[in-house]
Structures are given as C-alpha cells and as structure tokens.
Write a protein that binds this ligand. Structure first.
Ligand code: FAD
Length: 485
C-alpha cells in the first residue's frame, strides 16, 4: 500500500472501541485515504439515556486504551464534544474529509441523530458509510415467514441459527494511515468522566480492565475455564462462572463475532456449555431486535394493559432497594455487588428486579433507571427488554403472576451462602441454613453470628406472602384475563 494522500476520511468511533474486527475501521483504511479517527462525547442528544455514572467511568478508560492502540499504529484519536449532528459535519468541514465511516447504533435517539448527520453531510456531498460492528445480525434481517419482526425469543433464536454462523472476525490492522497533522483534540481529563467528590469508583477499578486487551483476556479466560460448565453453573452467582463480557460487548471492545467464534472453537465438539452460551448471545440480539422494531420499549410497556398497572409511589422502599437494605439477603447482596462493581450476576438481576416490581410494587422504570446509572454494561436494548421481561409487560415475558420467592431463590442458587457472605458481611457468620432468612433464626443463633436484626441488618421491609397477595391483586385489577399477562 502506498502512502495515502489527498483528502482524508473521518472514522467516527462509537460503540465500537476496538481495532480488531472493526468493519468501519477496515472500510476507512480500504478507502486508501488518510484516516482521522474521532470520538464525539454527545451527552445531549440521548436525553435521559445519556450514559450514567458507571458508564462514563468505563468510557474514560476505554477511550484511553483505544487512543493508545491507535497511536501505536500511527494514528491518534481526536476527541470532541457536543451534539454529533453538529460536531461531525463541522469536523468534515474542518478537515476537508471526503467521506465518513461509522458503525451503526440502534437506539431510537441515535436513529434520529444519524439521519440528521446524514442529511447535513449530503448537503456537502460527503457520503457516510455505516457498518455493523455491534451485532451478529442486523435487526431488520431476521424475519418471520410472514416477513415481520419476531416477538418471541424461541423462534427468533432458531431463525438466527438457521441463518448460519456469522462471518469470521477480521484481524486488527497493523498500520493506520493518518494525515501528517491530526486535528486538535479535547483532553480526555477535561471531560470529567471520572468521579472525584467522592471517588466511588474503587470497586470498579478492582474489578475491571476496560479496553480491547481486557476484553480479549476475559474471553480467553472464560473459554478456557468456564465454557464447558456454563450450562450447569451459569445460574450460580457464588461461582463467577459466566463470562462478564457484557460491558466489553456494550462498548464494542470486542465484537459478538469474536465471542461467537471463540466459543465455537473452544467448545469443540460443541457441548451444552457452548450451545447455551451462544443462546445467551442471541438474547442480546433479540433485545436489539425488539428495540429496533419497538423503539418505545425503554419507556412504555410492550403489553398495553400494563400502562394501567397500579404502581405504588414509595421513595423509602425504593431507596432501601437501591442501597441493599431490604432485609432479604440475596436481594441486598445483588444490589451491593452492583453498587461496588457496576455489575450484577444475571440470576440476581432477575431476583432483584422481581423484588422491586412485585414485592415492592414499584414501576419497572425506576429499576431500569437505577441500573442505567450504576451498571458498567448499561445497555438500552438489553436493560429495557430485561426489565420488561421480568415485569411481565414485555415481549415473550415471564408471566407477571410467577413471583420469585427470594428465600428459595437464594437457597437454590447460592446454596452455601457464599455470595451473600461476600456482599453482606454483617451476615457472614450465619450458617447456610439461615443465611437467606435471618429472621427465622433464634435469638441465640443470631447472637452467635453477631447479628442484631433491625440494628446491624434490617428486618424484611415486606412480608413475602403479603407482598405476593398484593402483587396478584394488582395484576387482577388490570386484567381478568391471565392469558394477557
Ligand atoms: P454471560 O452469561 O457470560 O453471557 C454472555 C453475553 O450474552 C453477555 O455478556 C451479554 O452480552 C449476553 N447476554 C446474556 N444474557 C443476556 C440477557 N438475558 N439479555 C441480553 N443479553 C444477554 N445486559 C446488559 O448487557 N446490559 C444491561 O443493561 C442489562 N440489564 C439487565 C437488567 C435486568 C433486570 C436483567 C434481568 C438482565 C439484564 N441484562 C443486561 C442481561 C444479563 O443480565 C447480562 O447481560 C449478563 O448478566 C452479563 O453477564 P455476563 O457477561 O457474564 O453474561
């Protein structure tokens, strides 16, 4: 390849913060022009779905890693902030770029914003080339026999498997041709993405290595140690047997194709672990499929009847849930894991979500908003689809009247209580038989374990049986037809 000359092209990084298997990057290089990589921090356009606190922490570190990789390969990263619909056309004018390469986003706000970018560029006769860097299947390509979108996961996943395996991931480029002088850039530190007063990110720093190298290391470790047993152990929060790739996938530090093919190669002959793991990746695809076809999903119940659900307004209970002070150990352990690490095990996400919605009768949107701010993997598609799934208001959702008993869930999925001991240390000395229901312990047993109910650890904020009856009555009030729920 000769040294590229002439007008550069803009490479607009978005949720594809990687060099390996990045089709927008590959296409920009293939143009034969110098490449100007840019990232735009746009906290205005997404409105209430602008990244939350934990996401911004991640973004800071991920951009640091990306900038270093780009510099290693002869390019750099230009940082700008503002509305993308203004910044991208302005950068095109400033650099004289002849084209823009960008990976696609699927969020409703991004669809509107991208249309505005495209029409501004069209006026300048500058093409924008979109690429799929985040999904195995574009949401509009998987269709029912009748040609419509899927509303149920089972047939959706079968259609994905029938579509054949995704393409093999492409290698990272060794050099990226850049213009002799890169456009001026903001300084990342000036963006203030990291928390300072107070610095609550200690647990995040201990837990995560944002960036492409951290993502690849996690994938390699997971395939070597946990893939084979994934089917059997994935529901056990005490064992850490899942991949924890979700934040890396959200930010595009690794592509789902890389994950798919590593799992297929690592699980040969394809065992149950691999099969189940690939199906989980397809839940992510299904969430994007739903978001694309039902863009109101983050705000409104997909099942119309739930728009009239008699939710309670109870800030005290919401706060107890957020802080891990409900008196139900498995719920509190999950909420504290979330607060400390920015992540929570999937089984526990289902338990805490069910508790908020059904035991506390608080709107799923409240839980969705808290997760949005605190998760490092906060993802509009997966978060809203999952909350609606638990609420019973979503596509192919768990029926509302199936109400998790947090004590039985704890005993089943954290049988020795190790997960609760890790995150609710004030209960650590209780025996396994009591750790999921400390209020059932005798005064002597509590004293032996150093637990003072209502002082060192709260009594349950709701009674399970009463809460269950209240939730079912609420459901009855919106429909006499259980089939609709
Ligand atoms: P693994 O079990 O290793 O699975 C591999 C990958 O498959 C995950 O990284 C993820 O990308 C995908 N995946 C697995 N399960 C699901 C699922 N049920 N739905 C969608 N994708 C899935 N996931 C997010 O990425 N972002 C969110 O904001 C989010 N919010 C959730 C809210 C609730 C109430 C619930 C019940 C689930 C939510 N999930 C969300 C889905 C799921 O809990 C996480 O993807 C998973 O726990 C991530 O852990 P992991 O990477 O170890 O998953």
């Amino acid at each position: 390849m000769g040294i590229p000359t002439g007008a550069p092209v803009l490479l607009w990084f978005r949720q594809d913060l990687r060099l390996t298997d990045n089709p927008a990057l590959a296409a920009a290089i293939a143009s034969g022009r110098p490449v100007v990589p840019v990232y735009v921090l746009d906290r205005e356009t997404p409105g209430r779905w602008a990244p939350g606190g934990a996401s911004l922490w991640w973004l800071h570190h991920s951009l640091t890693a990306l900038a270093a990789s780009l510099t290693d390969r002869g390019a750099g990263l230009v940082l700008r902030r503002g509305r993308a619909a203004e910044v991208i056309p302005a950068m095109v004018a400033e650099t004289g770029a002849s084209a823009v390469y960008a990976s696609r986003l699927y969020e409703p706000w991004a669809r509107d914003s991208d249309a505005a970018v495209a029409s501004a560029l069209k006026r300048r006769e500058v093409p924008i080339h979109g690429a799929n860097a985040s999904l195995l299947f574009e949401p509009w390509t998987i269709r029912t026999r009748a040609g419509g979108p899927f509303g149920v996961y089972g047939p959706f996943s079968r259609a994905c498997f029938a579509a054949g395996p995704p393409a093999q991931p492409a290698r990272a480029p060794t050099r990226i041709p850049a213009p002799s002088r890169l456009a001026p850039s903001d300084r990342l530190h000036d963006w203030g993405l990291l928390p300072t007063h107070p610095d609550w990110a200690g647990g995040l720093r201990e837990t995560w290595g944002p960036g492409e190298a951290g993502a690849q290391a996690r994938l390699t470790r997971f395939v070597a140690h946990h893939l084979a047993t994934y089917d059997a152990l994935r529901n056990r929060p005490d064992l850490g047997a899942t991949s924890a790739l979700s934040p890396h996938l959200h930010w595009g530090e690794i592509s789902p194709r890389q994950v798919w093919h590593a799992a297929e190669a690592g699980g040969a002959p394809r065992g149950e672990g691999t099969e189940t793991f690939l199906k989980e990746l397809l839940w992510r695809e299904f969430s994007y499929h739903l978001l694309w076809h039902r863009p109101a999903m983050p705000e409104q119940p997909l099942k119309e009847a739930f728009a009239h659900f008699p939710w309670r307004n109870d800030p005290g209970s919401l706060r107890a849930w957020q802080r891990g002070q409900t008196g139900y150990p498995i719920v509190d352990a999950g909420m504290r894991q979330l607060w400390h690490t920015g992540w929570m095990h999937n089984r526990v996400r289902m338990i805490v979500a069910s508790f908020l919605i059904k035991h506390l009768l608080l709107p799923w949107q409240d839980g969705e908003a808290w997760f949005w701010d605190t998760l490092v993997d906060a993802d509009l598609a997966s978060n809203s689809a999952s909350w609606q799934w638990v609420a019973g208001s979503g596509a192919d959702a768990a029926p509302y009247f199936r109400i998790f008993n947090p004590v039985l869930q704890g005993a089943k999925f954290d049988p020795q209580g190790a997960y609760v001991r890790r995150w609710v240390p004030e209960l650590a000395r209780l025996p396994a038989a009591l750790i999921h229901a400390p209020w059932q312990a005798s005064p002597l047993e509590l004293a032996d374990a150093g637990v003072a109910l209502e002082r060192s650890y709260p009594a349950p904020i709701v009674d399970h049986a009463a809460a269950r009856a209240r939730a079912l009555a609420a459901l009855d009030s919106i429909t006499r037809d259980k089939g609709a729920a």
